[in-house]
Design a protein around this ligand. Structure first.
Ligand SMILES: C[S@@+](CC[C@H](N)C(=O)[O-])C[C@H]1O[C@@H](n2cnc3c(N)ncnc32)[C@H](O)[C@@H]1O
Length: 189
């Protein structure tokens, strides 16, 4: 990622996530004991979420960032893992909640984005929630991603993609960014 992403380590970014994003996407959600976070980056969302669950597994593509998360959260309930979330190694139905914040636009192809979301669906327990956010396409965002991956989702299409994967009870808040919440249906009786 480029220099602009130093923003993700600032108190301002943490305040944005903690005050404007996380309270909205977790509203009415029972987070449960086990939460999987995909693409934690410097860990601002991890820091907020970890106080609300028993165990948080944070899967990060960049090995250096994953190692730094391991140091930052050593001795806590956070397990920092280096790995590609488009091939999650966890058993089916092993997490109560999956979170992904400001990360989908960093995934180079739509197929990989779908693999990540489908993997999240598979890893969720029936009734579990997917929560997340992302920046939406704009000239400004595009400029900020010079020499970097830039593949923002289009909200209406993303809604259909979530439904196709199997999610229900989908909540979207769309402004200059997308906030989303969706649920894996309870198993059919
Ligand atoms: C823009 S950062 C966002 C970090 C953090 N979620 C936040 O909002 O502050 C996107 C993160 O997603 C990670 N990422 C991208 N593709 C990934 C993948 N396939 N698996 C796991 N992490 C991925 C990147 O390495 C990066 O740390």
């Amino acid at each position: 990622m480029n220099k602009w992403h130093e923003l993700l380590s600032t108190p301002e970014w943490a305040a944005y996530l903690h005050e404007e994003v996380l309270p909205v996407v977790t509203r009415g959600v029972e987070l449960g004991d086990d939460l999987l976070e995909i693409g934690p980056g410097p860990g601002a969302s991890t820091q907020w979420l970890r106080h609300r669950v028993k165990r948080l597994v944070a899967v990060e593509l960049e090995p250096e960032a994953a190692a730094a998360r391991g140091e930052r959260f050593a001795g806590t309930n956070v397990e920092a893992v280096a790995g590609d979330a488009s091939a999650l190694p966890y058993p089916d139905a092993s997490f109560d909640t999956v979170g992904m914040f400001t990360m989908l636009h960093h995934v180079p192809t739509r197929a990989m984005q779908d693999a990540i979301v489908a993997g999240a669906f598979r890893a969720l327990r029936p009734g579990g929630a997917l929560i997340g956010s992302d920046s939406l396409a704009s000239d400004r965002l595009h400029r900020h991603h010079e020499n970097d991956t830039y593949n923002p989702v289009e909200p209406a299409a993303f809604l259909t993609r979530l439904q196709t994967i199997g999610f229900g009870e989908i909540m979207f808040e769309v402004s200059d960014r997308l906030l989303f919440r969706a649920r894996k249906p309870q198993a059919a009786e």
